[in-house]
Write a protein that binds this ligand. Structure first.
Ligand code: FES
Ligand SMILES: [Fe+2]
Length: 335
């Protein structure tokens, strides 16, 4: 595992993050008809499908370095746009058009990365030895009681750590989300936070402001945050009437300063309501956060707890930063 050219992460942090699984694309965006480009940890990737399934490889033709994502799919292989070399689902070259009958050098093979599809997302690790069972869980995604709504992926000019921390912050609702869901009371009651084998779990009860029923506005809505290191968070909100809304937030560290967010929503109520309204609401909430998070300084999440100031309301983010430190991210992560 070698950091790519022009890597924006300190090499030690890149190596830690490269071992983890990250969502890089919607499964639906990767087809058998055209290659799909993505970037993870500054590594350019090409995603394609053949008869043997999904392939994720470095977006680089080993002949003369052209990006394979400029190419096309031909007869079940990916074909380079420059000299037409074809590569199969294992990354092996199967055709050199200039010499179709000559033996193909074994070195003509793409760098293929471990990939898995779960929750409608393509997950990739840059570590050839990555364990597949460590992709984050999202049980509602396969529960027939839930309707699944995928928000179109969007990019923020911010680090993945800052994005995920904002998603799990319980003290900003009144100030950042007054027009979407926040109640007017900014007080954060004591709430429970615990370390889990994969990250952090926090349970919080809040009031919300986007309900017309005054009785419902007085009730508390249970919110459970489950953070899966390094950059995925599963939020379930239990409504007083029994409904549950889940927002699964997988932040892809495109670079140290750019994050692609995959947000998948599950709900077991209002299933007859237009999904466009739900998507528009989520986009509005995220846009409210984006305005702040893209302007935070330093851009990276300071995991040294001495660097920013913490109060009781910040217990989730304090534990998140501790866990990122345990994962092996160093002071360099604070840039
Ligand atoms: S660079 Fe891809 S075939 Fe030559
Ligand atoms: Fe927010």
């Amino acid at each position: 595992m070698t950091p790519p050219r022009n890597c924006t992460f300190p090499a030690t942090d890149w190596t830690v993050l490269a071992r983890c699984w990250h969502a890089v694309a919607l499964s639906a965006d990767v087809t058998a008809t055209a290659p799909f480009a993505a970037r993870l940890l500054d590594q350019d990737l090409v995603l394609y499908r053949t008869a043997t399934g999904l392939t994720v490889a470095a977006d680089l033709c080993v002949h003369r370095g052209a990006p394979l994502s400029l190419g096309c799919m031909q007869e079940g292989a990916i074909a380079c746009a420059y000299h037409g070399y074809r590569y199969d689902g294992t990354g092996r070259c199967t055709l050199i058009p200039a010499h179709p009958n000559a033996p193909i050098p074994g070195k003509l093979a793409l760098r293929v990365f471990p990939a898995r599809e779960r929750h409608g997302l393509v997950w990739v690790s840059l570590d050839p030895g990555a364990q597949p069972d460590t992709v984050p869980d999202f049980p509602e995604h396969v529960d027939p009681a839930f309707q699944i709504v995928t928000v179109p992926p969007f990019d923020w000019d911010a680090s993945a750590g800052r994005q995920v921390e904002s998603f799990c912050d319980v003290a900003h609702f009144t100030f950042v989300h007054p027009t979407t869901f926040a109640a007017s009371d900014p007080v954060v009651p004591r709430y429970e936070v615990e370390a889990t084998p994969r990250g952090v779990r926090a349970e919080f009860a809040s009031r919300v402001g986007n309900v017309s029923d005054p009785a419902a506005a007085q009730q508390t809505w249970r919110r459970i945050y489950q953070l899966h290191l390094p950059f995925t968070a599963h939020l379930s909100v239990d409504f007083p009437a029994g409904g549950r809304l889940v927002v699964f937030n997988a932040a892809c560290p495109v670079s140290a300063r750019r994050t692609r967010v995959f947000a998948v929503v599950a709900r077991n109520f209002d299933r007859d309501q237009p999904v466009a309204d739900l998507i528009a609401f989520q986009q509005k909430v995220y846009a409210e956060d984006q305005r702040i998070v893209e302007r935070q300084n330093p851009e990276d999440l300071p995991i040294d707890l001495g660097e920013e100031v913490h109060v009781k309301a910040d217990r989730t983010s304090v534990e998140y930063r501790r866990q990122l430190a345990r994962l092996g991210l160093g002071r360099g992560f604070t840039a």
